[in-house]
Ligand binder design. Sequence first.
Ligand SMILES: Nc1ncnc2c1ncn2[C@@H]1O[C@H](COP(=O)(O)OP(=O)(O)OP(=O)(O)O)[C@@H](O)[C@H]1O
Ligand SMILES: [Mg+2]
Length: 250
Amino acid sequence: MTERVVVDLDHLTRRFGSFTAVDQISLEVYEGEIFGFLGANGAGKTTAIRMLCGLLLPTSGGGHVAGFDVLTQSEQIKKSIGYMSQKFSLYVDLSARQNLEFYGAAYNLDRRTLADQIAALTQRLSLGEFIDRPAGSLPVGWRQRLALAAALLHKPRILFLDEPTGGVDPVFRRTFWGLLYQLAEEGVTIFVTTHYMDEAEYCNRISIMHAGRIIEMGRPFDLVRDHGAANLEDMFINLIRAQETTGATH
Ligand SMILES: Nc1ncnc2c1ncn2[C@@H]1O[C@H](COP(=O)(O)OP(=O)(O)OP(=O)(O)O)[C@@H](O)[C@H]1O
Ligand SMILES: [Mg+2]
Protein backbone atom coordinates (compact mmCIF):
# COMPACT_ATOMS: atom_id res chain seq x y z
CA MET A 1 0.00 0.00 0.00
CA THR A 2 1.35 3.43 -0.92
CA GLU A 3 0.32 6.97 0.02
CA ARG A 4 -0.87 7.61 -3.52
CA VAL A 5 -4.57 8.40 -3.67
CA VAL A 6 -6.23 6.53 -6.57
CA VAL A 7 -9.89 7.10 -5.70
CA ASP A 8 -11.18 10.32 -4.18
CA LEU A 9 -14.78 11.29 -3.73
CA ASP A 10 -16.07 14.69 -2.73
CA HIS A 11 -19.72 14.81 -1.65
CA LEU A 12 -20.67 12.36 -4.40
CA THR A 13 -24.45 12.27 -4.66
CA ARG A 14 -26.99 10.45 -6.80
CA ARG A 15 -30.72 11.03 -6.77
CA PHE A 16 -33.42 9.07 -8.56
CA GLY A 17 -36.28 11.54 -8.78
CA SER A 18 -36.81 12.83 -5.25
CA PHE A 19 -35.05 9.81 -3.69
CA THR A 20 -31.38 10.20 -2.70
CA ALA A 21 -29.65 6.83 -3.14
CA VAL A 22 -26.11 8.15 -2.47
CA ASP A 23 -25.91 11.18 -0.22
CA GLN A 24 -22.74 13.30 -0.28
CA ILE A 25 -20.15 10.59 0.27
CA SER A 26 -16.50 11.61 0.56
CA LEU A 27 -13.55 9.25 0.87
CA GLU A 28 -10.03 8.51 -0.35
CA VAL A 29 -8.57 5.13 -1.26
CA TYR A 30 -4.83 4.49 -1.55
CA GLU A 31 -2.93 2.52 -4.14
CA GLY A 32 -2.67 -1.14 -3.18
CA GLU A 33 -5.29 -0.79 -0.47
CA ILE A 34 -8.11 -3.27 0.08
CA PHE A 35 -11.03 -1.00 0.88
CA GLY A 36 -14.23 -2.64 2.15
CA PHE A 37 -17.41 -0.80 1.17
CA LEU A 38 -19.98 -2.06 3.63
CA GLY A 39 -23.61 -1.28 4.33
CA ALA A 40 -27.05 -2.80 4.73
CA ASN A 41 -29.16 -3.82 1.72
CA GLY A 42 -30.25 -0.73 -0.18
CA ALA A 43 -27.66 1.52 1.50
CA GLY A 44 -26.44 2.76 -1.89
CA LYS A 45 -23.24 0.74 -2.42
CA THR A 46 -23.97 -0.50 -5.94
CA THR A 47 -25.19 2.95 -7.01
CA ALA A 48 -21.96 4.50 -5.72
CA ILE A 49 -19.79 1.86 -7.43
CA ARG A 50 -21.58 2.42 -10.72
CA MET A 51 -20.66 6.10 -10.51
CA LEU A 52 -17.04 5.22 -9.73
CA CYS A 53 -16.88 2.88 -12.73
CA GLY A 54 -18.15 5.51 -15.16
CA LEU A 55 -21.50 3.77 -15.65
CA LEU A 56 -23.76 6.30 -13.94
CA LEU A 57 -23.44 10.07 -13.66
CA PRO A 58 -23.56 11.74 -10.25
CA THR A 59 -26.32 14.28 -9.61
CA SER A 60 -23.93 16.46 -7.63
CA GLY A 61 -20.52 16.29 -6.04
CA GLY A 62 -17.69 14.58 -7.84
CA GLY A 63 -14.52 12.57 -7.65
CA HIS A 64 -11.60 10.98 -9.42
CA VAL A 65 -10.74 7.38 -10.22
CA ALA A 66 -7.24 6.56 -11.46
CA GLY A 67 -6.73 10.29 -11.96
CA PHE A 68 -9.82 10.70 -14.16
CA ASP A 69 -12.87 12.81 -13.40
CA VAL A 70 -16.09 10.84 -12.77
CA LEU A 71 -18.13 13.67 -14.27
CA THR A 72 -16.31 14.04 -17.58
CA GLN A 73 -13.92 11.13 -18.19
CA SER A 74 -16.00 7.97 -17.89
CA GLU A 75 -14.44 6.37 -20.99
CA GLN A 76 -10.91 6.72 -19.59
CA ILE A 77 -12.12 5.38 -16.24
CA LYS A 78 -13.66 2.30 -17.88
CA LYS A 79 -10.33 1.47 -19.55
CA SER A 80 -8.38 1.85 -16.30
CA ILE A 81 -10.49 -0.23 -13.96
CA GLY A 82 -11.83 -3.74 -13.63
CA TYR A 83 -15.44 -4.19 -12.53
CA MET A 84 -17.26 -7.23 -11.25
CA SER A 85 -20.93 -6.35 -11.04
CA GLN A 86 -23.25 -7.66 -8.35
CA LYS A 87 -25.41 -9.25 -11.04
CA PHE A 88 -23.82 -12.12 -12.95
CA SER A 89 -22.78 -10.55 -16.24
CA LEU A 90 -21.25 -13.40 -18.22
CA TYR A 91 -22.86 -15.12 -21.19
CA VAL A 92 -24.23 -18.37 -19.86
CA ASP A 93 -24.26 -20.20 -23.22
CA LEU A 94 -20.70 -19.27 -24.11
CA SER A 95 -17.81 -21.25 -22.67
CA ALA A 96 -15.58 -19.70 -20.04
CA ARG A 97 -12.90 -19.17 -22.71
CA GLN A 98 -15.36 -17.59 -25.16
CA ASN A 99 -16.49 -15.21 -22.44
CA LEU A 100 -12.91 -14.13 -21.85
CA GLU A 101 -12.37 -13.73 -25.60
CA PHE A 102 -15.50 -11.61 -25.80
CA TYR A 103 -14.42 -9.33 -22.96
CA GLY A 104 -10.88 -9.14 -24.32
CA ALA A 105 -12.24 -7.94 -27.68
CA ALA A 106 -14.36 -5.35 -25.85
CA TYR A 107 -11.14 -4.03 -24.27
CA ASN A 108 -9.47 -3.98 -27.68
CA LEU A 109 -6.73 -6.39 -26.67
CA ASP A 110 -4.77 -7.72 -29.64
CA ARG A 111 -4.97 -11.48 -30.27
CA ARG A 112 -1.54 -12.25 -28.86
CA THR A 113 -2.00 -10.26 -25.66
CA LEU A 114 -5.46 -11.74 -25.19
CA ALA A 115 -4.23 -15.32 -25.66
CA ASP A 116 -1.39 -14.72 -23.18
CA GLN A 117 -3.72 -13.16 -20.63
CA ILE A 118 -6.29 -15.95 -20.94
CA ALA A 119 -3.55 -18.55 -20.43
CA ALA A 120 -2.10 -16.67 -17.45
CA LEU A 121 -5.44 -16.07 -15.75
CA THR A 122 -6.65 -19.62 -16.42
CA GLN A 123 -3.62 -20.85 -14.54
CA ARG A 124 -3.67 -18.24 -11.81
CA LEU A 125 -7.35 -18.76 -11.04
CA SER A 126 -7.17 -22.55 -11.56
CA LEU A 127 -9.83 -22.37 -14.28
CA GLY A 128 -8.26 -25.01 -16.54
CA GLU A 129 -10.78 -27.76 -15.88
CA PHE A 130 -13.69 -25.40 -16.61
CA ILE A 131 -12.35 -23.27 -19.43
CA ASP A 132 -14.28 -24.98 -22.25
CA ARG A 133 -17.54 -25.52 -20.35
CA PRO A 134 -20.53 -23.17 -20.70
CA ALA A 135 -20.25 -20.39 -18.13
CA GLY A 136 -23.82 -21.02 -17.01
CA SER A 137 -22.96 -24.59 -16.01
CA LEU A 138 -20.15 -23.63 -13.62
CA PRO A 139 -20.64 -23.91 -9.86
CA VAL A 140 -21.06 -20.43 -8.29
CA GLY A 141 -17.53 -20.26 -6.88
CA TRP A 142 -16.02 -20.97 -10.31
CA ARG A 143 -18.35 -18.56 -12.04
CA GLN A 144 -17.19 -15.81 -9.71
CA ARG A 145 -13.57 -16.67 -10.46
CA LEU A 146 -14.35 -16.48 -14.15
CA ALA A 147 -15.94 -13.07 -13.60
CA LEU A 148 -12.78 -11.99 -11.75
CA ALA A 149 -10.66 -13.23 -14.67
CA ALA A 150 -12.82 -11.17 -17.06
CA ALA A 151 -12.31 -8.10 -14.86
CA LEU A 152 -8.53 -8.65 -14.85
CA LEU A 153 -7.98 -9.23 -18.60
CA HIS A 154 -6.75 -5.72 -19.40
CA LYS A 155 -4.52 -5.61 -16.28
CA PRO A 156 -6.39 -2.84 -14.48
CA ARG A 157 -4.70 -1.14 -11.52
CA ILE A 158 -8.01 -0.67 -9.68
CA LEU A 159 -10.65 -3.34 -9.18
CA PHE A 160 -14.25 -2.67 -8.15
CA LEU A 161 -15.86 -5.85 -6.87
CA ASP A 162 -19.54 -5.69 -5.95
CA GLU A 163 -20.30 -8.64 -3.67
CA PRO A 164 -17.90 -10.95 -5.50
CA THR A 165 -18.43 -13.75 -2.99
CA GLY A 166 -22.23 -13.62 -2.65
CA GLY A 167 -23.47 -17.23 -2.45
CA VAL A 168 -19.93 -18.63 -2.48
CA ASP A 169 -18.94 -21.33 0.03
CA PRO A 170 -16.42 -20.59 2.82
CA VAL A 171 -13.55 -22.55 1.25
CA PHE A 172 -13.96 -20.72 -2.06
CA ARG A 173 -14.31 -17.42 -0.25
CA ARG A 174 -11.01 -18.00 1.51
CA THR A 175 -9.17 -18.81 -1.71
CA PHE A 176 -10.83 -15.88 -3.47
CA TRP A 177 -9.53 -13.56 -0.76
CA GLY A 178 -6.09 -15.12 -1.10
CA LEU A 179 -6.16 -13.98 -4.72
CA LEU A 180 -7.25 -10.49 -3.70
CA TYR A 181 -4.35 -10.27 -1.25
CA GLN A 182 -1.88 -11.31 -3.95
CA LEU A 183 -3.27 -8.66 -6.29
CA ALA A 184 -3.05 -5.99 -3.58
CA GLU A 185 0.58 -6.96 -2.95
CA GLU A 186 1.22 -6.36 -6.64
CA GLY A 187 -0.12 -2.84 -6.16
CA VAL A 188 -3.67 -3.35 -7.44
CA THR A 189 -6.20 -1.34 -5.45
CA ILE A 190 -9.29 -3.28 -4.44
CA PHE A 191 -12.61 -1.64 -3.69
CA VAL A 192 -14.94 -4.39 -2.55
CA THR A 193 -18.43 -4.76 -1.11
CA THR A 194 -19.38 -7.65 1.10
CA HIS A 195 -21.97 -8.64 3.67
CA TYR A 196 -19.57 -11.13 5.27
CA MET A 197 -17.88 -9.74 8.35
CA ASP A 198 -14.96 -12.17 8.20
CA GLU A 199 -14.14 -10.66 4.80
CA ALA A 200 -14.53 -7.14 6.17
CA GLU A 201 -11.81 -8.00 8.68
CA TYR A 202 -9.42 -8.78 5.83
CA CYS A 203 -9.71 -5.19 4.54
CA ASN A 204 -7.16 -2.49 5.34
CA ARG A 205 -10.01 -0.07 5.93
CA ILE A 206 -13.78 -0.22 5.68
CA SER A 207 -16.57 2.29 5.38
CA ILE A 208 -20.12 1.61 6.52
CA MET A 209 -23.05 3.10 4.62
CA HIS A 210 -26.59 3.61 5.76
CA ALA A 211 -29.40 5.33 3.85
CA GLY A 212 -26.99 6.74 1.29
CA ARG A 213 -24.49 8.17 3.77
CA ILE A 214 -21.17 6.94 5.08
CA ILE A 215 -21.69 6.71 8.83
CA GLU A 216 -18.34 5.19 9.85
CA MET A 217 -14.92 4.61 8.35
CA GLY A 218 -11.62 3.24 9.59
CA ARG A 219 -9.50 0.16 10.19
CA PRO A 220 -11.69 -2.80 11.21
CA PHE A 221 -10.05 -3.42 14.57
CA ASP A 222 -9.88 0.28 15.44
CA LEU A 223 -13.63 0.53 14.83
CA VAL A 224 -14.38 -2.49 17.02
CA ARG A 225 -12.22 -1.03 19.80
CA ASP A 226 -13.56 2.52 19.49
CA HIS A 227 -17.14 1.28 19.70
CA GLY A 228 -16.38 -1.05 22.60
CA ALA A 229 -17.90 -3.90 20.57
CA ALA A 230 -17.17 -7.60 20.92
CA ASN A 231 -16.39 -7.97 17.23
CA LEU A 232 -16.99 -6.38 13.85
CA GLU A 233 -20.37 -8.01 13.33
CA ASP A 234 -21.70 -6.63 16.64
CA MET A 235 -20.29 -3.21 15.86
CA PHE A 236 -21.94 -3.22 12.43
CA ILE A 237 -25.32 -4.35 13.75
CA ASN A 238 -25.29 -1.87 16.65
CA LEU A 239 -24.37 0.97 14.35
CA ILE A 240 -27.11 0.21 11.80
CA ARG A 241 -29.73 -0.34 14.54
CA ALA A 242 -28.80 2.97 16.19
CA GLN A 243 -29.31 4.72 12.84
CA GLU A 244 -32.68 3.08 12.39
CA THR A 245 -33.94 4.03 15.86
CA THR A 246 -32.94 7.66 15.32
CA GLY A 247 -35.09 7.58 12.19
CA ALA A 248 -32.25 8.12 9.74
CA THR A 249 -33.76 5.89 7.09
CA HIS A 250 -34.74 6.56 3.51
N1 LIG B 1 -32.23 3.14 -11.24
C1 LIG B 1 -32.82 3.33 -10.05
N2 LIG B 1 -33.98 3.99 -9.92
C2 LIG B 1 -34.57 4.20 -8.74
N3 LIG B 1 -34.05 3.76 -7.56
C3 LIG B 1 -32.89 3.10 -7.62
C4 LIG B 1 -32.21 2.84 -8.84
N4 LIG B 1 -31.07 2.15 -8.57
C5 LIG B 1 -31.05 1.97 -7.23
N5 LIG B 1 -32.13 2.55 -6.66
C6 LIG B 1 -32.45 2.56 -5.23
O1 LIG B 1 -31.35 3.12 -4.54
C7 LIG B 1 -31.18 2.46 -3.28
C8 LIG B 1 -29.77 1.95 -3.17
O2 LIG B 1 -29.62 0.81 -4.00
P1 LIG B 1 -28.24 0.06 -4.19
O3 LIG B 1 -28.47 -1.04 -5.16
O4 LIG B 1 -27.20 1.06 -4.53
O5 LIG B 1 -27.99 -0.50 -2.73
P2 LIG B 1 -26.89 -1.53 -2.21
O6 LIG B 1 -26.25 -0.90 -1.02
O7 LIG B 1 -26.02 -1.97 -3.33
O8 LIG B 1 -27.78 -2.76 -1.69
P3 LIG B 1 -27.49 -4.35 -1.70
O9 LIG B 1 -26.66 -4.63 -0.47
O10 LIG B 1 -28.86 -4.93 -1.57
O11 LIG B 1 -26.83 -4.70 -2.97
C9 LIG B 1 -32.25 1.38 -3.20
O12 LIG B 1 -33.34 1.87 -2.46
C10 LIG B 1 -32.62 1.16 -4.65
O13 LIG B 1 -33.95 0.72 -4.77
MG1 LIG C 1 -25.64 -3.71 -4.20
